[in-house]
Design a protein around this ligand. Structure first.
Ligand SMILES: [Zn+2]
Ligand SMILES: [Zn+2]
Length: 328
């Protein structure tokens, strides 16, 4: 499907600034209508340009006419996302964020924050599974407390032993696991947290203006990552519930998670791939919170130039000092 403006026929997109559908051509709001149902296409229905569609792509921009295309068969049926978080940051807002964040990196190459380079960034709806669990967390162990005191010539130490038992049910909701092979797991973990209070029911309109993917792996395949996250959180909860002992020895520790839900959702990420001297410097920006993950490249030429400037100004100061000294 493609969303078109009823007034001017332009491609309407979701605008974070307007929090809704917007026509960038005639600047009208909510003027969109759905056109074309697109199944198994290889060419743009508007300009007939040949499209390069990835195995998991569900939304893309036509490289010839710039229209945003959503592939029906990849957002329908088993691939219908249940929920999504719409982009809160527009491309312009993210460009500003990048500039504010990296302006102090004086050694970054000159075009790193240039308009042309920053314009190459793309908004991506990354597929995620959100897992809910009821987990029974059981801990058994022995705790020791000691206290010492002196009376006259005698020194006393009293050791008390305690049976520690913790048995609790912990409810987990929305443990996120990214379902895209192309997105590095550790980057997506760093993108967190998202605020799931702002999730909305999926509507394909909101994908217009962005790239998207259907899930690459099933809810069952990815479950082990959710359980890993749950276990590490359950360990922390159990550990924090046991205080005041000088020593604790665990005899039993069991976390038994029972999955109560697994929702397919789309979460917003801006991707900026900066290429410099044959290397790629990827930046990922959380489309809801503006959190930036990525390291600015360093231009050797700039470091050198900076060294020269510093050397030159030091020399100038020394000369000046010399000049002042000779005057006295
Ligand atoms: Zn319009
Ligand atoms: Zn086209």
């Amino acid at each position: 499907m493609i969303f078109k403006c009823k007034n001017c026929g332009g491609n309407t997109v979701y605008s974070p600034e307007h929090e809704g559908m917007f026509c960038p051509y005639c600047e009208s709001e909510k003027s969109h209508e759905r056109k074309h149902d697109l199944y198994n296409i290889t060419h743009c229905p508007d300009c007939s340009g040949e499209l390069e569609i990835g195995e998991y792509t569900s939304a893309l921009q036509c490289p010839y006419c710039s229209n945003y295309i959503i592939l029906n068969e990849r957002v329908e049926g088993e691939f219908t996302p249940k929920k999504m978080i719409p982009f809160k940051y527009s491309k312009n807002m993210v460009k500003q964020l990048m500039r504010d964040n990296f302006k102090s990196r004086v050694f970054a190459p000159t075009d790193f924050l240039s308009e042309v380079r920053l314009n190459s960034m793309t908004g991506e709806y990354v597929p995620f599974w959100l897992y809910d669990y009821d987990a029974r967390c059981v801990y058994r162990g022995e705790g020791t407390k000691t206290r010492s005191w002196s009376s006259g010539e005698m020194h006393y130490t009293e050791t008390s032993y305690y049976n520690i038992i913790r048995d609790m049910n912990v409810g987990y909701s929305d443990i996120p696991v990214d379902a895209s092979i192309a997105m590095p797991d550790h980057i997506m973990d760093l993108m967190e947290p998202y605020n799931y209070d702002y999730m909305v029911d999926f509507v394909p309109e909101f994908m217009s203006g962005f790239n998207g993917q259907k899930y690459n792996m099933s809810v069952d395949t990815l479950e082990k990552r959710a359980i890993e996250k749950l276990r590490s959180s359950a360990d922390t909860i159990l550990r924090n519930s046991i205080n005041g002992y000088s020593q604790v020895v665990a005899t039993d520790r069991q976390v038994t998670p029972k999955r109560t839900d697994g929702k397919f959702c789309l979460l917003p990420v801006w991707k900026y791939i900066y290429k410099y001297k044959g290397e790629e410097y990827p930046f990922y920006i959380n489309g809801q919170t503006g959190k930036i993950i990525g390291k600015a490249p360093v231009s050797k030429a700039k470091v050198k130039a900076y060294g020269f400037t510093l050397w030159a100004s030091l020399t100038a100061i020394i000369l000046m000092a010399g000049y002042i000294v000779t005057n006295f």
